[in-house]
Design a protein around this ligand. Sequence first.
Ligand code: FES
Ligand code: FES
Length: 159
Amino acid sequence: MSIEIKVNGRNYSVNTAPETSLLTVLRDHLGLTGSKYGCGEGECGACTVLVNGYSRRSCITKVGDLTNGQEVTTIEGLDRNGKLHPVQQAFLEAEAFQCAYCTVGMIMTTVAMLDAIPHPTDAQAIEFLNGNICRCGTYPRILRAVHLAADRMAKGGAR
Ligand code: FES
Ligand code: FES
């Protein structure tokens, strides 16, 4: 059946079953491969996207649940006019990745976190990012990136 969804400000009509995961639709139907498949069970955070600004595991989100005007944002929708989002920029500058498989999920969760908590403490950031797993153990640099992004956004880097 045809499912209408809005991703990164664009409306799409996707021919699939309503139970299909949002991650499959993003990657296989729309070609938005930034969101990664890790565990497929909602446990690792690699597939995290924003739905109406809140972080959501796209691997366990049925696309059929998103048809009532909800807005999906993926990593491909974060930049504006070729300029990286401050969180993306901070992850780059802090070198907050090794293999980078977790990075997109970390960035999307951080964007949602800084929207809710503009200046998180280390403890708050760790708690918020708790469901995002980095097998390379780059957590200290990820924390540095979180604080760098928070400082930049407080100084007007947010959009
Ligand atoms: S792939 Fe979705 S949480 Fe792991
Ligand atoms: S950088 Fe490799 S899993 Fe996080």
